[in-house]
Structure formats: structure tokens, C-alpha cells
Write a protein that binds this ligand. Structure first.
Ligand code: MLT
Length: 408
């Protein structure tokens, strides 16, 4: 008898962003005249940078000629891209990461989802609340939690991020083995300082835990004192894996390219408590389950590091940061407290006592604006909404005008 993975029964009905998409489709069916502005899911709207497009085309042309055609590539990514990443994203910032510690992939979502399979099923997970739902749901699927009860899965160590702690998680009060952190944060848009991040690295060292650090929004950091990588913190190479993405950085949400850094020094422990390196495990996993990112896409990603590419990518992020500023200013005018939107494309807005989904419905019905209800990111997100800065300047301005009308 073919039996189902019953851990799936514990999951909430559907993935947050699919749920929102369904509600928007229903709204459109009943209001065909509605002009909807999407500031919900963080999906970029501007074209790929010119440097990437040119390299992408060249890569495709190479595939059209027997002499330069390529079949299966290395599962870990082509050397040209791994070398550019190590040099430009890490070594220039004093983080000593080598090319063979980088694993190129088709997305930080898949990598953050898949990475947990390297660990024993009975480890204790620490997850911020609110949180990007992928970290939590994939551990539920893997059977690391009990049932869902009063807005929370049993067995998880939730780290509340509230206005009282400026939405920065505090060190867990119970022993944990695997810690998920994301900075600049999705969904709250908050950032972490080097001293704050060092506390986490020290904690992981002291307690033999591991940090999964999601830095998918690093390109939005404009404050030079903020860490762009956890490897800017001394000792992090032993206790942290980092995830990066070209999705938001360079407009690759539809093109798909990302990478994960697993330093050779990073250790996990066997049943007897002996340290064992993590790098060969992820390498083994990728070789077995993944066949690499297409050659033209990796050429396009490499172009991010050309002088022209760097300037274009910065301009792209600046554009969205400009939108974020407009959103923040509008929220101030409307009297909503908010965080994020500086060094981050997300603005986390306190609904002044409104329920998250009610606020979502109000904005959809009265302003034709799609946001993301904070409650979808966890119990501590109740009462908040997230607005994303990923859209055109014109649409963001229109959305803010409509919101002011709808709420006044
Ligand atoms: C978000 O809106 O939180 C992200 O776009 C989702 C993702 O990157 O998968």
C-alpha cells in the first residue's frame, strides 16, 4: 500500500503566497474592472540589467554551435561564476571564502528548503516569528514538528520578533541545534549589526549549533557598517551556512540563479558527538539530486560582477529602495508605525489594531492594492502587513495615493 507522508497533514492549508494569489484572482473575477497593484510577493518588475542580458545572449549563442556547446555542467556551478562570487561578494569584504565553498543553484528558496535534509530528524529547530514560511514548512514536511496548535507547531523553538525587541530575535532560552536567521529580514525588513550577529556566532560555537543565514536581500544594504555576510564575523565559517540569490539583487526571479556557501571549516556532529564536516554532505546531496544551473544563466549571473553589471545592479536596488522610501513616508503620513524599507525592500507596518487579513482585504477591496498579511508569517505577525517595494515607481505612487484615500 502506498502511504502518504502524514506530516503534510500538519501543514496549514496552502503556501502563503499561493493563498494570496487565489484571493486576488477571486477578487479580479468579481471585479473585472479593478486595476490591481501588486505589492505583495517580493517579485521584481524591472528587466534584467543590460550586462546580464548581453552575457545571457552570448551564452545561448555558444549553445548553438557544436564547438562551444555544453552539456551537463558541474553540479556545483561553473568555476568562472564561483570564482567571481568568492572574489567579489566575500574576499573584497574581508571574508575569506574560497570558490569551492560556493554551490551555485536555481534559488535560495530551494536551498533553504533542501538544506534541512542533511540533519537528523530529531534536532531542535529555532525559527523567528514572523518568518519566511519556507524554513518552517520544510521542517514540518520532514517530520520535525508536532501538530499545529494555537498558531504554532509543537516542538519548534519560536523566537518572537516584536516591537519590544525591535524585531531582532533574542538568543533561545532552551537548547537548540539549528537556527534560521535572515538579514535584511524577510518579512520585517530589519537589519542586524555586527555586534548583534557576533552574539549569534558565539552562541552557535558555545552550544555546537549551526546557523542557516539567509542573506537574499543583502544587495539592499546601504549602511556600510552593517554586515552583508555572516562571514564578516570572526568564527562564522565554523558555524554558519549562507544563502544568497540573484533574484532580488539582479532581477532573476524568473531567470533563476542563487548560491549557497558551505565553508570547509563548517562542522556538524555525529551521534557520538564527534565533529564532521558539512561541506561533503551538501556536495553529495547536490551531486545526487541536482544537475546544475544552465550555462547561459550562469553567464548572465557572472555579468553581475563586471564593472557595467555592478553599476546596473546597484541602480536597480536603488530604484526599489526609492520606492521603499515613498511607502515609508506614506505610512508615516497615515499614522502607521513601520520598520524596514531602509537597507531593505520590505516595509513592516503595524495596522493600529487591525487584524492582518482584514487589513489585507481592506486594501484589496478599497484601494486595489495587494500586500502580504503579517499573520501569514507567524503568530507575531498578527496585526501587521508587509508591503513590498518591488514594482514600478508609478505604481507605488498610485498605490500610496489610493491607500491614503481608502484609509482616511
Ligand atoms: C517574498 O515575497 O517573501 C519572496 O518573494 C518569496 C520568495 O523569495 O520566495
Amino acid at each position: 500500500m502506498i502511504r502518504v507522508n502524514e506530516h503534510y497533514d500538519k501543514l496549514q492549508a496552502s503556501y502563503l503566497f499561493s493563498d494570496i494569489a487565489k484571493r486576488v484572482t477571486t477578487h479580479q473575477e468579481t471585479h473585472p474592472e479593478a486595476d490591481i497593484i501588486r505589492l505583495g510577493i517580493g517579485d521584481v518588475t524591472r528587466a534584467l540589467p543590460g550586462a546580464c542580458i548581453r552575457a545571457f545572449h552570448q551564452g545561448v549563442d555558444e549553445m548553438a554551435d557544436d564547438a562551444s556547446f555544453r552539456g551537463y555542467g558541474p553540479e556545483q556551478g561553473y568555476d568562472f561564476l564561483r570564482e567571481a562570487i568568492a572574489r567579489e561578494d566575500f574576499q573584497t569584504r574581508g571574508a575569506d571564502i574560497a570558490p569551492d565553498e560556493i554551490f551555485v543553484s536555481d534559488g535560495a528558496k530551494c536551498d533553504t528548503a533542501n538544506f534541512q535534509e542533511l540533519f537528523s530528524s530529531d534536532i531542535k529547530i529555532a525559527i523567528p516569528d514572523p518568518v519566511y514560511p519556507v524554513y518552517l514548512d520544510t521542517n514540518v514536511m520532514a517530520g520535525r514538528t508536532g501538530t499545529f496548535d494555537s498558531g504554532r507547531y509543537q516542538g519548534i523553538c519560536y523566537m518572537d520578533c516584536t516591537k519590544e525587541n525591535n524585531f531582532i530575535p533574542e538568543l533561545p532560552k532552551e537548547p537548540v541545534d539549528l537556527i534560521y536567521l535572515c538579514f535584511p529580514n524577510n518579512p520585517t525588513g530589519t537589519t542586524i549589526t555586527k555586534p548583534e550577529l557576533k552574539r549569534w556566532v558565539d552562541y552557535a560555537k558555545e552550544t555546537n549549533a549551526l546557523i542557516l543565514f539567509d542573506a537574499a536581500y543583502e544587495a539592499f544594504i546601504r549602511d556600510d557598517d552593517l554586515p552583508r555576510s555572516i562571514y564578516e564575523i570572526e568564527g562564522a565559517k565554523e558555524v554558519a551556512v549562507e544563502f544568497r540569490s540573484y533574484s532580488k539583487t539582479a532581477g532573476f526571479t524568473g531567470t533563476r540563479c542563487a548560491y549557497t556557501v558551505v565553508p570547509k571549516a563548517c562542522r556538524v556532529f555525529d551521534q557520538k558527538g564527534n565533529p564532521t564536516p558539512l561541506h561533503p554532505l551538501w556536495n553529495r546531496r547536490q551531486c545526487t539530486k541536482f544537475n546544475g544551473v544552465s550555462y547561459p544563466v550562469q553567464k548572465a549571473a557572472e555579468a553581475v560582477y563586471s564593472p557595467e553589471g555592478k553599476a546596473q545592479v546597484r541602480e536597480l536596488a536603488d530604484y526599489y529602495l526609492g520606492n521603499a522610501k515613498i511607502i515609508r513616508t506614506a505610512m508615516d503620513t497615515l499614522g502607521f508605525a513601520c520598520v524596514g524599507g531602509e537597507n531593505s525592500p520590505y516595509i513592516w507596518i503595524d495596522g493600529n489594531g487591525r487584524d492582518s487579513w482584514e487589513f489585507f482585504d481592506l486594501l484589496l477591496n478599497k484601494a486595489g492594492v495587494v500586500c502580504t498579511p503579517g499573520a501569514g508569517f507567524g503568530r507575531c505577525g498578527q496585526g501587521y502587513i508587509r508591503i513590498s517595494a518591488f514594482n514600478s515607481l508609478e505604481n507605488v505612487e498610485t498605490a500610496m495615493t489610493r491607500m491614503k484615500e481608502a484609509i482616511k
